[in-house]
Design a binder for this molecule. Structure first.
Ligand SMILES: NC(=O)c1ccc[n+]([C@@H]2O[C@H](COP(=O)([O-])OP(=O)(O)OC[C@H]3O[C@@H](n4cnc5c(N)ncnc54)[C@H](OP(=O)(O)O)[C@@H]3O)[C@@H](O)[C@H]2O)c1
Length: 240
């Protein structure tokens, strides 16, 4: 029976992906701060789900939870990092920005590192992270969120490069970059091209199964990504 850990599976993309891997007969350890939600999810398949209350900002607690899961599962095939926060923050309020950095940068990097070290030791494993199309450029409405996603993408590329250090070629890094997905995380007003949670999660699931290096979700966001990579800042400033 393959084993997976999904960080940030109390709601949204993480919760939906967890249900897919349960159907595929994985044992899945799920985490998040909202214990009552974890308990409700576990009821759907008590023998396959294990639940761990965890705040990724708490580095020591996260390390302890990670080690407990390894002790229980022995080996881990798949780690999916979905934990994240995002705020509209046009006035650059410190608390919102700091919370974003502690969760999306420090918390995320810590989990990426725990996963990478484990997979290097095991000589196999697949680390998947949900970054964002927001990684590609700056944004005046949510600067810390967009910057945190750029950090994630660059760090994940570094880990991909570091897989060269692992003999056998069986460690994989997948960077999932969604556009808008219909969860409470979708930021802003007048959102366009909003994908349903089900459609986005299905595409993410396929990308994981195919061990893609990076993928835009849904597929039509490839076009936006292409535009974002070439458009000059002055034009973004003018129209957005
Ligand atoms: N929805 C979109 O439009 C969209 C677009 C691009 C990227 N993304 C990315 O997709 C990822 C998943 O988001 P989602 O859309 O599925 O939204 P969501 O339903 O709000 O899920 C966020 C998850 O992160 C967990 N989380 C947040 N802070 C945490 C903390 N300090 N410690 C532990 N867990 C924490 C939440 O669990 P608890 O609250 O229970 O702790 C929840 O399970 C995020 O990284 C987000 O940036 C989303």
């Amino acid at each position: 029976m393959p084993n997976a850990i999904i960080f940030g599976a109390t709601s949204g993309i993480g919760k939906t992906l967890a249900s897919y891997f349960i159907k595929e007969n994985y044992r899945v350890a799920i985490t998040g701060r909202r214990l009552s939600l974890l308990e409700t999810i576990k009821e759907e398949s008590p023998s396959q789900y294990s639940i761990y209350e965890n705040d990724v900002q708490n580095i020591e607690q996260t390390k302890t939870v990670f080690n407990q899961i390894i002790t229980n599962f022995k080996t881990i095939d798949l780690i999916i990092h979905c934990s994240g926060v995002g705020y509209e923050n046009p006035n650059l309020e410190w608390d919102k920005a700091y919370d974003t950095i502690k969760t999306n940068i420090i918390g995320a990097m810590h989990i990426y590192n725990l996963g990478f070290h484990l997979f290097k030791k095991q000589k196999f494993g697949h680390l998947v992270a949900i970054s964002s199309i927001a990684s590609l450029r700056g944004n005046r409405g949510a600067p810390a969120y967009f910057a945190s996603k750029a950090f994630q993408v660059n760090y994940l590329e570094s880990l991909y490069l570091k897989t060269k250090e692992v003999k056998g070629g069986n460690v994989y890094i997948t960077d999932i970059r969604p556009g808008f997905v219909d969860t409470k995380m979708a930021l802003g007003e007048g959102i366009f091209w909003m994908a349903s949670l089900e459609k986005a999660s299905q595409q993410i699931y396929r990308a994981i199964k195919n061990k893609k290096r990076r993928v835009y979700i849904t597929k039509r966001w490839n076009l936006i990504a292409w535009v974002l990579k070439i458009v000059p800042s002055w034009l973004i400033k003018k129209v957005m």
